[in-house]
Design a protein around this ligand. Sequence first.
Ligand SMILES: Nc1ncnc2c1ncn2[C@@H]1O[C@H](COP(=O)(O)OP(=O)(O)OP(=O)(O)O)[C@@H](O)[C@H]1O
Ligand SMILES: [Mg+2]
Length: 256
Amino acid sequence: MTKDIILEAKSLTKAFGSLVAVDDVSIAIQAKTMHAIIGPNGAGKTTLFNLLSGVLPPTKGEVFYKGENITSLPPYKRAHLGIGRSYQITNIFPNLSVIENVRLAAQAKGKDNFKLFRKVDDFHEYVNKAYEVIGIVDLAGRANDFARDLTHGEKRKLELGIMLACDPELLLFDEPTAGMSSDQVPELISIINQIVQQRERTAILVEHRMDVVMSISDVVTVMNQGRILAEGAPSDIANNQQVQTAYLGDLYGELA
Ligand SMILES: Nc1ncnc2c1ncn2[C@@H]1O[C@H](COP(=O)(O)OP(=O)(O)OP(=O)(O)O)[C@@H](O)[C@H]1O
Ligand SMILES: [Mg+2]
């Protein structure tokens, strides 16, 4: 495992009025790892993601990507640098086909998307990219179907495909399995895992399903009330008495 830090937050704080949703959080994400962030409802996980992806400005603190201070960059500029994020509110165009949804995402990332006369070659490149991506997320058989006709599980795969079309190096997943039935979860998780392992990407994963977190993460950070409560390897976190007492035991029962 490399010691390269791809993303670093220093003393990140976000206050909503008197509520401090993220409270002096410093975190370093090592490149090419799966880094999970867990914690009870309202712990500040999504707010932290909003700060990392640029959706919200921090009240205090800084974010560095590959050593560059990106604290004041808007989300689209962070996306161009290689930070991809899946959103709770979907980016899917329901009345376009699966392949068109992914092609548009690839094109939006293309450097020349504002050119007046786009070359035909470029168009083919985006289409090829889109087919490559829907292969990865196992939607090739649905390429020409309307996105609106996909099952919930397939829509989550399409969201993943839309994120992958932009070739992110760092992927931020906020509860990617939310709303999925248990039998659909392993496939999506396995796809995410493969993307990180085989394509040497980095992922930060917010996930409530403890079995998923413990099985695929390299590092787990536990948040509670806006702060980092603990950080370590999954087995350390599962056996951490402080974490157990704070919430793991209550919420998820026996972990070991
Ligand atoms: N835009 C906002 N305005 C005011 N308060 C907010 C806002 N966004 C989040 N909060 C509050 O900040 C706290 C942290 O919320 P956040 O959504 O980050 O938690 P979370 O860890 O993602 O929770 P969950 O597991 O339920 O998704 C909560 O108390 C929430 O109500
Ligand atoms: Mg959340």
